[in-house]
Design a protein around this ligand. Structure first.
Ligand SMILES: Nc1ncnc2c1ncn2[C@@H]1O[C@H](COP(=O)(O)OP(=O)(O)OP(=O)(O)O)[C@@H](O)[C@H]1O
Ligand SMILES: [Mg+2]
Length: 419
C-alpha cells in the first residue's frame, strides 16, 4: 500500500496578493448537489481574508497510471492518466517548479485557489492534488476532457454551425458570469484554454493567470492575456483594468467560433493594435473617454480607418450576432457588455436556437492519443506577476513553500486534497 504523502498549502487571500474586498457581494448558494452558475460547492475563506485554507493528506502520483502526454504548456505538463483505485480517466497537470526561485509558484497557488472558488458546471473540475516522489513534483488532478477547442477547430473541415456557436457561447458566458460574480478575473481566456467533452459540454480551464480581486480593483500587471485575445486597454499600457479584459477575449473567441480562425492574430503588440484598429476603426476620446491619456496612446501610429469592418468580415452573421460581437469588442471597457448582459442578448433568442449539447457530433480525441502541435502564441511569460505582490507576501509564500514538504505534520484541518 502507498504511504500518504503530506503537502500543506496555506491559501489566504492575503498571501496570494488578493486585496481586501471593500464591497461584499452575496453569492447565493443553492441546496447541496444542485449547481447553479452562482454555486460555490466549497467554502474557502472568502469571508475572512486572514484565515488559511488547509490542504492536507494528499495521495501519491503512483496511485495513477500515466497513459499519454496531452500537452506541455508554458507552466505545466499535462498527462492523461488512470486512477488505479477507481479506474477513472483523469488529466494530471504537473506543476513546473523548476522555474521557481522562491519555492511553490504563485501561479499554481492562484490556480488552486481560484479553481476552488469558482466551482461551476462549465469550469473544469479540480479533483485533488497529488505528489510525486520528489519535493518538486506536484500534480493537479482534473476531470479528463476530450478536446481543447483550438485543437478541435484546427481539425474541423468547416466552422461550427450557428446553433453550435450559440450553445458554446451560452456555456462560456455562464462560466465567465459566475467567475466574475465570484470576484475572479481569468486573464487568459483563449480557445486552447476552453475544453469540450464528447457530450458537447464546454469547460473553462487554465486558471494559472486568474486573480481574485476587490473593489476597487487596483493596479495589476499588464503582462496578462495571450496576445491575440488581449484587450486594447492592456495593449495601451493600462494597469488598472477590470473583468472587462475577459469580455474582450470572449469577443475574440466568439469570432473564432464563427469563422474558425483567430480574429486578430498579431505578431507583436504594435501589430496587434494595428490589426484591431484596421478591423474596428481608430479609437478616439469621443468613443473612448480617456483614450489619449493611456500610457502608450501617444506612441501609436494612427491608422487611416475611421469605420468598423465587422460587417465585411462576418457577412453571414445576423444583425443580432454582429451587435453582440460589437458590444464585446467595444473599445471603452466601461461601455463593454458584461457576461450577464450578454446572456440576455436577443442573439440567443433568435433562430436557429442553441443546439442541445447532447446532439453535438463527437470527434476523435487528440488528448487520448498523441501530443498536440502548437501554432498559437503562449501565455505571457510575465504571468508570475510579482509586481502584484508586496515583499511581505513574497516572503510568506517563500517560507510556506519551504514548510510545505515537511513530513509528519498531517492534521486534517479543513480541506483534504480531494475536492
Ligand atoms: N482537464 C483536462 N483534460 C484534457 N486536456 C487538458 C485538461 N487540462 C488541460 N488540458 C490540455 O493541456 C493543455 C495545457 O493545459 P493548461 O492550459 O492548463 O496548461 P498551461 O501550461 O497553463 O497552458 P498554456 O499553454 O496556456 O501556457 C490545454 O490546452 C489542453 O489541451
Ligand atoms: Mg493553457
Amino acid at each position: 500500500m502507498q504511504a500518504k504523502s503530506t503537502l500543506i498549502i496555506f491559501l489566504t487571500k492575503k498571501n496570494l496578493g488578493g486585496r481586501a474586498m471593500k464591497k461584499k457581494k452575496t453569492i447565493p448558494v443553492k441546496e447541496e448537489g444542485t449547481l447553479s452558475p452562482y454555486t460555490t460547492s466549497v467554502k474557502p475563506s472568502v469571508e475572512n481574508d486572514d484565515s488559511p485554507v488547509y490542504l492536507s493528506g494528499c495521495r501519491s502520483v503512483d496511485e495513477f497510471k500515466k497513459l499519454n502526454l496531452i500537452d506541455e504548456g508554458t507552466y505545466g505538463v499535462v498527462y492523461r492518466a488512470q486512477d488505479l483505485k477507481s479506474g477513472e480517466i483523469v488529466a494530471l497537470k504537473r506543476l513546473k517548479l523548476d522555474r521557481e526561485k522562491e519555492g511553490f509558484p504563485i501561479t499554481s497557488l492562484r490556480e488552486i485557489q481560484t479553481l476552488l472558488l469558482c466551482k461551476h458546471p462549465h469550469i473544469v473540475n479540480l479533483k485533488e492534488i497529488v505528489v510525486g516522489n520528489t519535493t518538486d513534483s506536484i500534480f493537479m488532478v482534473f476531470e479528463f476532457v476530450e478536446h481543447d477547442l483550438k485543437a478541435l477547430m484546427d481539425d474541423m473541415k468547416s466552422p461550427f454551425l450557428q446553433s453550435e456557436v450559440k450553445t458554446l457561447m451560452i456555456q462560456l458566458l455562464s462560466a465567465v458570469a459566475s467567475m466574475h460574480s465570484n470576484w475572479t478575473i481569468h486573464r487568459d481566456l483563449k480557445t486552447s484554454n476552453l475544453l469540450m467533452n464528447n457530450r458537447g459540454e464546454l469547460k473553462v480551464a487554465d486558471f494559472g493567470l486568474a486573480r481574485h480581486f476587490g473593489s476597487p480593483v487596483g493596479r495589476m500587471t499588464q503582462m496578462v492575456v495571450t496576445l491575440w485575445y488581449r484587450a486594447p486597454e492592456l495593449l495601451l499600457g493600462s494597469d488598472e483594468y477590470t473583468t472587462m479584459v475577459d469580455m474582450w477575449s470572449v469577443g475574440c473567441i466568439f469570432a473564432e467560433f464563427v469563422n474558425k480562425e483567430p480574429l486578430v492574430p498579431g505578431v507583436s503588440e504594435i501589430d496587434q493594435l494595428d490589426k484591431i484598429f484596421k478591423l474596428l476603426g481608430m479609437p478616439n476620446d469621443k468613443i473612448w473617454p480617456g483614450y489619449s491619456q493611456l500610457p502608450h496612446a501617444s506612441k501609436i501610429r494612427p491608422v487611416n480607418q475611421p469605420y468598423n469592418n465587422l460587417k465585411a468580415k462576418f457577412p453571414y452573421m445576423t444583425e443580432n450576432g454582429r451587435d453582440l460581437l460589437q458590444r464585446m469588442l467595444t473599445y471603452d471597457p466601461k461601455q463593454r457588455i458584461t457576461a450577464e448582459e450578454a446572456l440576455r442578448h436577443p442573439y440567443f433568442k433568435e433562430n436557429p436556437p442553441a443546439k442541445d449539447p447532447s446532439l453535438f457530433p463527437s470527434w476523435p480525441s487528440k488528448g487520448s492519443a498523441e501530443r498536440r502541435k502548437r501554432d498559437s502564441p503562449n501565455a505571457p511569460l510575465g504571468r508570475v506577476d510579482d509586481d502584484d505582490l508586496t515583499l511581505e507576501q513574497k516572503q510568506t509564500i517563500h517560507s510556506l513553500s519551504q514548510a510545505q514538504m515537511q513530513a509528519g505534520a498531517t492534521q486534517n484541518l479543513g480541506f483534504r486534497l480531494r475536492f
